[in-house]
Design a protein. Sequence first.
Length: 72
Amino acid sequence: MLYISYMERTVEAPNIAGLLKKEHLNKWVAFTPDYKKVLASGKDLNELLEKTGKEDFAVVQVSENGYVGSIL
């Protein structure tokens, strides 16, 4: 199990590996806040924000080495 520490708060990292596909490589991906469903993906954050609108979502940037979560 992977854990992430942020500002002295530890949270369990979401398991999104099963949701990511080849089409998400080198893109930004928006998920529902519970990380159970992909909402949209885009080549950059601006494109992703246009596709998702003002919906509540979580964001990760996917690369060949894995993914990095972002707080918006």
